[in-house]
Design a protein around this ligand. Structure first.
Ligand code: DUC
Ligand code: ZN
Ligand code: ZN
Ligand code: ZN
Length: 485
């Protein structure tokens, strides 16, 4: 296929500006963005009249080929990325999990897994224990391997969980390296107690998952992480914000000027926990993730927080398991592999739920699904923008077309989908990744090995204080969203 593409007549949208213009792409790079570009006949021309031309989505939070809870996720890098491209996401950042605590071994393992990539990707690194070798490896990851973020688990006691003492060491190291500290914020000791309580009561089904780890435990861990990051004077990124409890802590801290980022995930925005009580195990188990999907009302409050600037970007925590894998926990909810899908659905669901409903503008949509992620992880404007010189990761979205989600038509390898049956307005009709049309006419044209690893340099904008845009946010911030439940 030609390496030259002209996208004609669409509304080109960036995070702070939109205009009708043509976009000309050559060799994987955007060369020009302006009206009435003339080209020769060796160029693929795509008509985008009446449609939006936007930066491809960047998913800040995925788990592909993840060995977890006695099994491995169904979507490997090629499969998960194929699904992503079909849904308008052109880059993701996956979590490297250390091997026996070793960061270097984890990095090697994930580099191997990602060899068959068909879209660009980056890595976060999880920290699951602490010693001199881990500390030294963090430095190697930042200075030599292109990683600028480290995730600490306050949950998963006895496995991934890290104590406060070590969290403080980790925060200190992050600050010195210019790397962003991330937290999975649930109180692991209390979750352990909650699980014991459920089992003693004889509640062994998926509803026990929700009951054992209520929102108050997410609020506690979020507040603790925020205060400790503030004490260590380093920025903090809270992954998968699922509850009003956690969101309000983030709102309070940001109002005081603390550098805290909150990332809700699409499952938490549009679903509620009701299906966890479904008597059919298969139906209920597919909704098990951690932190749990909360009661009705939380998702709507998280949407409102995105629209007012309290939360900054949307991820997925895509971590797909089949119903056979979920059945590992048929007798005990503690053994149900934690994770839900979202990598293919995020762009459509955020459009329909937030833009189509009138909660946010189209420029906000670009910021929440792409640009802000690129800024936080220090790869903007190479990614997250339709500008001359940016990578040609582009989608064409038709606001008058519609989408429908089903396991029978999705591209994930899972046999279930937590968004089964959802339909809405706005469809990604074309996806261009690195200057190649990879999704068009409902067909994927992907090649393993075409995706590239994206180095993410340290000392992103959060380390330079809060910039002008964020200062504007802070001064305009509304009071935290009222509890609606
Ligand atoms: N939560 C999940 O549901 N899956 C992956 C890891 C996590 O924290
Ligand atoms: Zn302009
Ligand atoms: Zn997590
Ligand atoms: Zn995760």
């Amino acid at each position: 296929s030609s390496s030259k593409i002209l996208i004609k007549g669409g509304t080109v949208v960036n995070a702070h500006h939109q205009e009708i213009a043509d976009v000309y792409v050559e060799d994987g790079i955007i060369v020009a963005v302006k009206p009435n570009i003339k080209v020769g006949d060796d160029v693929i021309v795509l008509d985008a009249t009446g449609k939006f031309v936007m930066p491809g989505g960047i998913d800040p939070h995925t788990h592909l080929a993840f060995d977890f809870m006695g099994t491995q996720t169904v979507d490997d890098f090629f499969g998960g990325q194929s699904a992503a491209l079909a849904g308008g996401t052109t880059m993701h950042i996956d979590f490297v999990i250390p091997v026996n605590g070793s960061l270097s071994a984890g990095y090697e393992a994930y580099t191997k897994k990602a060899k068959k990539s068909c879209m660009d990707y980056g890595f976060h690194m999880a920290i699951t224990k602490w010693d001199e070798i881990v500390s030294r490896d963090m430095e190697i990851m930042v200075k030599e391997k292109g990683i600028n973020s480290f995730k600490f688990f306050l949950a998963y006691k006895g496995d991934l969980m890290i104590k406060d003492e070590l969290l403080l060491e980790g925060f200190k190291k992050c600050k010195s390296l210019g790397a962003l500290a991330m937290v999975h914020a649930e109180n692991g000791d209390a979750v352990f107690e909650g699980q014991k309580r459920m089992i003693e009561l004889g509640i062994t089904g998926p509803e026990g998952h929700a009951l054992s780890r209520p929102a108050v435990l997410e609020g506690e861990a979020t507040a603790r992480a925020i205060r400790l990051a503030g004490f260590m004077d380093t920025p903090l990124y809270v992954v998968h914000v699922m509850s009003i409890d956690a969101m309000e802590e983030i709102a309070e801290a940001r109002k005081k000027g603390q550098r805290v980022i909150g990332e809700p995930v699409v499952s938490g925005l549009v679903l509620d926990d009701s299906e966890l009580w479904n008597p059919d195990f298969k139906t209920a188990a597919k909704f098990v993730m951690s932190p749990p999907i909360r009661a009705a009302g939380h998702g709507e409050a998280l949407q409102a927080a995105l629209s007012t600037g309290v939360l900054q970007l949307v991820g997925t925590d895509h971590c797909g398991f089949s119903s056979a894998q979920k059945a590992l926990g048929i007798d005990d909810f503690r053994k149900i592999p934690n994770g839900v899908n979202g990598i293919e659905e995020r762009m459509h669901l955020v459009w329909d739920t937030m833009v189509e409903s009138g909660q946010i503008s189209v420029t906000d949509y670009v910021r929440l699904t792409s640009t802000e992620c690129a800024r936080i992880f220090n790869i903007y404007p190479r990614k997250g923008a339709i500008l001359a010189g940016s990578d040609a990761d582009i989608i064409i979205l038709n606001p008058n077309s519609s989408f429908e989600i089903s396991a029978s038509s999705h591209h994930s390898r899972s046999d279930t989908n937590v968004f089964e049956g959802r339909r809405g307005k706005g469809k990604v009709e074309v996806t261009i990744a690195r200057g190649r049309v990879v999704w068009e006419n409902d067909e994927l044209k992907v090649a393993p090995g075409s995706g590239k690893y994206i180095d993410m340099p340290p000392f992103g904008y959060l380390f330079n204080g809060i910039d002008k845009e964020d200062a504007k946010y802070l001064s305009s911030l509304q009071a935290p969203v009222k509890r609606s439940i």
